[in-house]
Design a protein around this ligand. Structure first.
Ligand SMILES: Cc1cc2nc3c(=O)[nH]c(=O)nc-3n(C[C@H](O)[C@H](O)[C@H](O)COP(=O)(O)O)c2cc1C
Length: 330
């Protein structure tokens, strides 16, 4: 099939400029292997595993499932439970993990050991100004995610188009655009904005290999783009989630002035398994971005990735037909 070669595919040594971002509880070996085997970058989310040893087991499983590059997400958000980020990182480096994705806080304390091991670091930010910081620190790649994103958008409510464009005007390292991508036209738009690829989370939930209850996937196929909502803004840690009974409850609590302690029992993610494993869609808040409005089917990761790349190339050709005048003047 045709491919799109960008600085991202070169830096990460992958075939297609498509990354699956870290997904707490869902970023596991089977999903990551399916994405990496299809030519994208699959990522295991370390916070899913209660100990560094269990993370190592998952990395070994992933290595047995794919010979291709993959990554490990290290969550630096202050609310993260479990082992310290440094323990996850050290264990992953011993396993020869080639790519890391960090988010939530500055990755500065970890950069040297990542680079000393010959690995690459993608740092994910939710504001163009932080992309500049990531570059200054020496990150290899920066993911820039706008307000449409599943998981954590920034406090400023800036959408992906403006944020990626601003970042592209200010940084020289490769940018991955995130927040709202789910198809080939989106990938092409990201490249047009100056990004070198896309990071998706929401779209990868509705794939055959994602180990989430079928009821979640079916809900996503039926959902509209406005079936998500932002919670936790009152505590300075906004999160875009599926609009369900629990999200409405949290929004109401925030409007009534609930503090962090009162909100915590509903927002930590400890209740996620009831949604993800049992399919009780209203029992917990769970991350979901506006790209859910672009989900119309439940393909395999390979079908999805190949379709996105083929459609991006088709969109590129279609745009070329809009050009008026002789090519050499353009
Ligand atoms: C279910 C789910 C869980 C997520 N968990 C994490 C996480 O643990 N760490 C992280 O850095 N990003 C997390 N994200 C964000 C994704 O890695 C990715 O940046 C984002 O989903 C991209 O935007 P999109 O949802 O519009 O595709 C999560 C997203 C989803 C949908």
């Amino acid at each position: 099939m045709n491919r799109l070669k960008t600085r991202l595919t070169e830096v990460l040594q992958i075939e297609h400029p498509i990354v699956c971002g870290g997904m707490f509880r869902l970023g596991r070996a089977e999903l990551a292997a399916a994405i990496s085997n299809a030519g994208g970058l699959g990522i295991i989310t370390s916070a899913t595993f209660p100990s560094a040893d269990e993370l190592v087991e998952e990395i070994r499983l992933l290595k047995s499932l794919t010979p291709k590059p993959f990554g490990v997400n290290i969550n630096l958000f202050p609310t993260t439970r479990g082992p310290a980020a440094g323990d996850y990182l050290a264990a992953s480096l011993r396993e020869g993990v080639p790519v890391f994705e960090t988010s939530g806080r500055s990755p500065e304390p970890y950069l040297r050991s990542i680079h000393d091991a010959g690995a690459k670091l993608i740092h994910k930010v939710a504001g163009a100004q932080y992309a500049k910081t990531a570059e200054r620190l020496g990150c290899d790649v920066v993911s820039v995610v706008g307000n449409e994103t599943g998981g954590h958008p920034g406090m400023a409510d800036v959408g992906t188009i403006v944020m990626v464009r601003q970042a592209a005007e200010t940084v020289g390292i490769p940018i991955i655009a995130g927040g709202g991508f789910g198809d080939g036209a989106g990938l092409l738009a990201a490249l047009a904005l100056g990004a070198e690829g896309i990071v998706m989370g929401t779209r990868f939930l509705a794939t055959a290999e994602c180990a989430v209850h079928p009821a979640v996937k079916t809900w996503m196929v039926d959902a509209r783009a406005d079936d998500t909502t932002i919670i936790q803004k009152s505590i300075g840690s906004p999160m875009r989630v599926a609009k369900n009974a629990m999200a409405s409850r949290v929004v109401t609590m925030e409007q009534e002035g609930a503090n962090l302690e009162q909100l915590l029992p509903f927002i930590t993610g400890s209740r996620n398994p009831t949604v993800y494993s049992e399919g009780n869609l209203d029992d917990a808040v769970w991350s979901c971005g506006q790209a859910v409005g672009l989900v119309n089917d439940i393909p395999t990761c390979r079908e999805l990735i190949e379709r996105i790349v083929a459609d991006a190339i088709a969109s590129l050709r279609r745009l070329d037909t809009l050009r008026v005048g002789s090519p050499e003047l353009v």
